[in-house]
Design a protein around this ligand. Structure first.
Ligand code: ZN
Length: 177
């Protein structure tokens, strides 16, 4: 046992270090120190640019307020409910508009239907008389086919009026809703 290590011989195939050595060059102390200085400077510059970017990114990330995922899910649910409600409302309005005769009391909830129109007339500042039904919220504009018929009926509502503006081209101003 004691002699085992003595039996191991160096391999004859192992390359001899002397034969593969590179040719030696001579550098002055000042040249060597300048090379080292440049190498160190390059290494420091590269790493400091990289670490500055990492720090900047981390700071940006840290400024973002934390939002609880539950809150995001909750808000999304509320948005969906709101959308559904709005859609139902819009459908109800459409339905009531298609059924409405625009008379006082032409509402499903009313027992009595009057002879007067339920349209409120309002003169806009461009001179256009615009109407809206107080039952179904349908609007009446001069471009509508039934505008004349509906707006000429006697209404239970007093017409209102905006301040009057004067336009260089009243026709063009009136064409704009
Ligand atoms: Zn109506």
């Amino acid at each position: 046992m004691e002699n085992e290590t003595e039996n191991i011989q160096p391999s004859p195939k192992a390359p001899k270090s002397k034969g593969t050595e590179e040719p030696k060059i001579t550098l002055g102390m000042s040249e060597l120190s300048s090379i080292i200085r440049e190498a160190v400077k390059a290494a420091v510059e590269t790493s400091s640019v990289e670490s500055a970017k990492i720090i900047a990114d981390a700071m940006k990330e840290s400024r973002k307020p934390y939002v609880d995922p539950k809150q995001i899910a909750n808000e999304e649910m509320m948005r969906q409910q709101m959308r559904a409600t709005r859609q139902r409302l819009a459908e109800n309005i459409k339905l009531s508009q298609s059924n409405c005769e625009h008379f006082q009391g032409s509402n499903e909830a009313s027992d009595f239907v009057g002879q007067l129109s339920s349209i409120v007339k309002h003169r806009l500042d461009n001179g256009v008389v615009w109407g809206i039904c107080t039952n179904c919220l349908r609007e009446f504009w001069p471009t509508d086919v039934d505008y004349r018929k509906q707006m000429s009926r006697k209404s239970g509502n007093r017409p209102s009026q905006a301040g009057i503006r004067w336009f260089a081209d009243p026709a063009a101003a009136a064409a704009v809703r």
